[in-house]
Design a protein around this ligand. Structure first.
Ligand code: HEM
Length: 477
């Protein structure tokens, strides 16, 4: 997204785009092949990218897709970021992702994504993706995750202490909390000035990275690339330090670096792959979880009956393990009502509107149309989440709906198949631990009503930032 100060760049870029567009129009006629879904390609070359970014910033991608669906039907074509793109939704779309393996889909390849994500999972395909994922999943195994429980508890307690007696923006606070949680998981870094520097660079990388990919000084995209360079330098320094001091670490970076000692044909990660995957982990993991937590805290504040049910469940757990005793893996796995609250909040958070992005490796037959080889595909999960044919009264917060079995391929907030979310367990840990300490020890109320989501970063965030006032509960004797 461009900024006010970029006017000359906008003019020069505009002139270049118009010239290229005319040339492209003359050469191709901006025609789509036969049998493709209905829809519009928009302007030559830039297609509907500007419209997409404008809707994204002002209303939501979700609303844009809804409008397009009204006009063209469930599946439609568009042209985004220099590539023909098809937007699909529904159980069949999820089924395609879940079952395709590496046959006809690869993750969206564009030079912009290569600039931003380097050699991370998102750009790997086939055997390379499989090997890399094997190394990565070994790095976040259940031992590593169990070690995170006391670390997350400490961070949660510190965070909640700092909220006590204050009005805070839950979204801003959760963005910090989830960023520090991931830094703890990846590099054992606690909140500190160094961690705060990383957070500053990361904010620019994540926010400005979602813009027109123009590598020209002064553009948002260029700022994102500069921020990425700083992050790469910082992680490189940490790796160099670890190689010098030989201390034992029990975090994801230690596991990733350990793969370099494995035999040659095993799942090794190069330095570049380690760094790029660490950045991609933060990119994928911190705002998603932060939005989920913000929505949970807001939805529970607005629904006292459901809050009471969560409190009752968490109180039982506290009584079972004893006040001030550490939480255990087993207890965190036995919170059925809280799990339903999390699922319901995820369903209502629209996190999956643009999260699943692919490119067709072959022509794909889908719902009576052809998605041609080389075209990009966006799977709009969020529309399925509020489909009234699947979820009765879809906008109502009703965690108990998850007591019933949800039909297959319908609700998949963490994706499915070869590219399902490797951070799912960790995200659940963060959320469960936070809820446990919050509802057992604090009360809170919204100081401004919830007014929907905005799309300024990687995933939607509550517009108002969810301002709340937090008080400590008096302990009953
Ligand atoms: C509530 C929180 C989260 C949600 C809803 C979520 C959702 C998702 C979804 C839907 C995908 C699949 C996208 C696709 O189909 O291409 C995905 C992939 C991914 N997620 Fe998450 N995620 C969350 C938290 C996390 C966390 C905490 C981490 C890291 C610690 C993480 C790391 C990743 C990575 C690395 C991928 C890419 C996997 C691949 O391409 O093989 N996510 N996530």
């Amino acid at each position: 997204m461009m900024q006010m100060g970029d006017v000359p760049i906008v003019q020069v870029t505009g002139a270049i785009v118009v010239l290229c567009s005319l040339l492209w129009l003359l050469l191709t006629g901006n025609k789509a092949p036969q049998g493709v879904p209905p829809g519009s390609f928009g302007w030559p070359l830039i297609g509907e990218s500007i419209e997409f970014l404008r809707w994204r910033r002002k209303i939501s991608t979700f609303a844009l897709f809804k409008e397009k669906r009204k006009k063209y039907g469930n599946i439609f074509k568009t042209h985004l970021f220099f590539s023909p793109t098809v937007v699909i939704t529904g159980a069949d779309a999820h089924k395609l992702l879940q079952n395709d393996g590496y046959r006809s889909l690869t993750s969206g390849h564009s030079s912009a994504m290569k600039d931003l994500f380097g050699q991370s999972l998102i750009l790997a395909d086939g055997d390379q993706h499989k090997q890399m994922r094997k190394a990565i999943m070994a790095g976040i195994n259940s031992k590593v995750l169990k070690n995170q429980i006391p670390i997350l508890e400490e961070l949660t307690i510190q965070t909640l202490n700092s909220w006590e007696g204050n009005e805070i923006s839950a979204s801003e606070e959760f963005a910090k909390f989830t960023f520090y949680s991931i830094l703890g998981l990846l590099i054992s870094m606690k909140p500190s000035p160094q961690a705060e520097h990383l957070r500053d660079y990361f904010s620019v990388y994540a926010k400005d990275g979602i813009s027109l990919p123009l590598k020209i000084p002064g553009t948002a995209y260029n700022r994102a690339l500069q921020a990425r360079k700083k992050l790469v330098d910082e992680i490189t320094k940490i790796m160099d330090q670890r190689r010098k001091d030989n201390r034992l670490h029990e975090d994801v970076l230690a596991h990733f670096m350990h793969t370099q000692d494995l035999p040659e044909n095993d799942s090794r990660l190069s330095d570049d792959e380690i760094i790029d995957n660490m950045l991609f982990f933060i990119f994928s993991g911190f705002e998603t979880t932060s939005t989920a937590l913000s929505r949970i805290i807001q939805l529970l504040a607005d629904h006292p009956h459901e809050l009471k049910l969560v409190q009752a469940e968490q109180k039982c757990i506290q009584e079972e393990i004893g006040n001030n005793a550490p939480l255990t893996w087993e207890k965190l796995k036995s919170m059925p009502y809280t799990s339903m609250v999390i699922s319901e909040a995820l369903r209502l958070s629209h996190l999956g509107t643009e999260i699943s992005f692919r490119t067709a490796k072959t022509d794909i037959a889908f719902e009576g149309y052809t998605i041609p080889r080389g075209w990009n595909i966006i799977v709009d999960r969020a529309s399925t989440d509020i489909n009234p044919e699947i979820f009765k009264e879809p906008h109502k917060f009703n965690p108990s709906r998850f007591k019933e079995n949800v039909p297959p391929y319908v609700f998949m907030p963490f994706g499915g198949g070869v590219r399902s979310c490797p951070g799912m367990e960790f995200a659940n840990l963060e959320i469960m631990i936070f809820i446990y300490h919050l509802v057992n020890n604090y009360s809170w109320h919204l100081t401004k009503p919830y007014d929907g989501l905005e799309y300024t970063g990687i995933v939607p965030k509550p517009k108002s930032g969810v301002p709340i006032f937090v008080e400590r509960l008096r302990q009953e004797h």
